[in-house]
Design a protein around this ligand. Structure first.
Ligand SMILES: Cc1cc2nc3c(=O)[nH]c(=O)nc-3n(C[C@H](O)[C@H](O)[C@H](O)COP(=O)(O)OP(=O)(O)OC[C@H]3O[C@@H](n4cnc5c(N)ncnc54)[C@H](O)[C@@H]3O)c2cc1C
Length: 329
């Protein structure tokens, strides 16, 4: 068995992404059950200044490579550095976020380290010193538990918003180890120039999502969902039907060929509940469906169902939320 559990941090702009704290917290739980330490690998531009903060979430030691050339994730520059840093940790298991970048990094890391990646885990267990991971198969229709044969390194990516974060211990700092690994020259023709988040809540990290489907009828009607989302502090998502119709950008698509989301609350408006859509949001904590068809499949997955014309329901619901918020404040 290796020396530690190793988590791969994700740093964007000037901060670690929340999913980093989730994988660190999960890493701490597993490290404690194995009686070993928790290391992190943090790569980025400006990451050194924040690295010690990972100690708040249970990290003992952070291996850092900080360079302006590492500002944006690029497989060619990140993967060789992360792979080398992981080897230095000599881990018993590696955990990283199943974010857009993390999925790409995880697959390439698995190939480089010659180990099997279990992608998009929703639970990790440690029994009798053996690590097992639960992950979705058949587009989320069912789940499989997997483990690794003796002597192989478990490599897992974890779905955002699933693993509970530890209560941060503000007094705890991680030891920072600066690495001097060379930054490989990016030879690909693709270059990250800018990151435009337009101030929107990132779908895969949102606590609440209001999603619209073909039932919205046209692009302009999404204003109604944006207004509701603003009142709720939510992000707006969409079904593929809405995206294919050109009503929303592909970055808003939830599902098998879109984003996998796990908010506390997912409100599906005018969405039928096709299996490919459920694959992307079926693990949300609470699902509310608004559909005028009482037989829509989404109701079999929903915790709360509203059988109503969405054009009547959404504005009325928004007004009720505003009233409720004003009485609470
Ligand atoms: C390989 C593959 C990958 C796919 N990937 C994805 C994916 O990532 N994400 C995804 O979403 N889909 C995906 N799909 C498509 C998926 O199969 C469905 O076609 C799609 O999800 C349907 O979108 P929808 O629910 O918005 O539309 P519909 O199925 O047409 O449903 C619209 C719903 O709106 C309701 N409605 C209509 N008017 C109103 C009203 N006024 N008030 C209330 N309710 C109303 C209707 O009753 C209906 O239930 C994929 C398909 C394939 C084959």
């Amino acid at each position: 068995m290796g020396n530690c559990i190793c988590v791969i941090a994700e740093f964007r702009g000037a901060n670690f992404r929340r999913v980093t704290f989730e994988v660190a917290s999960e890493g701490r739980r597993i490290a404690d059950s194995l009686g070993i330490g928790l290391c992190a690998v943090a790569v980025g531009s400006g990451v050194a200044a924040r690295a010690a903060e990972l100690g708040r979430y249970g990290v003992d030691k952070v291996f850092v490579r900080d360079d302006p050339a590492l500002e944006n994730y690029l497989a060619e520059t990140y993967v060789p550095i992360v792979a080398e840093a992981v080897k230095m940790c000599d881990p018993a298991a590696v955990i990283l976020p199943a974010s857009v970048d993390g999925r790409d990094l995880g697959a390439r890391l698995g190939a480089r380290l010659r180990v099997t990646l279990v992608q998009d885990c929703v639970q990790i267990a440690c029994e009798g010193g053996k690590i097992r991971a639960k992950w979705p198969i058949f587009a989320g229709k069912c789940f499989a538990w997997s483990d690794w044969s003796e002597g192989t390194l478990p490599l897992m990516s974890c779905r955002p918003n699933i693993m509970d974060c530890l209560v941060p211990d503000e007094s705890r700092q991680a030891e920072v180890v600066m690495l001097d690994l060379p930054v490989p020259e990016a030879r690909s023709s693709v270059k990250s120039i800018d990151m435009d988040t337009s101030g929107k809540v990132e779908l895969s990290e949102a606590e609440i999502i209001v999603s619209g489907g073909r039932g919205m009828k046209e692009a302009g009607n999404f204003v109604m969902l944006e207004e509701l989302a603003q009142v709720l502090g939510a992000a707006v998502g969409a079904s593929r039907a809405a995206v294919d119709s050109g009503w929303r950008p592909h970055s808003d698509q939830v599902g098998q060929t879109g984003k996998v989301v796990t908010p506390n609350l997912y409100i599906a408006v005018g969405i039928s509940g096709a299996i490919q859509h459920l694959a992307g949001m079926g693990y949300s904590k609470y699902i509310v469906a608004v559909n005028k068809d009482p037989d829509a499949p989404i109701f079999s997955k929903a915790d709360y169902g509203v059988v109503e014309d969405l054009f009547k329901f959404v504005p009325a619901f928004k007004e009720e939320v505003i009233k409720l918020k004003s009485t609470c404040s």
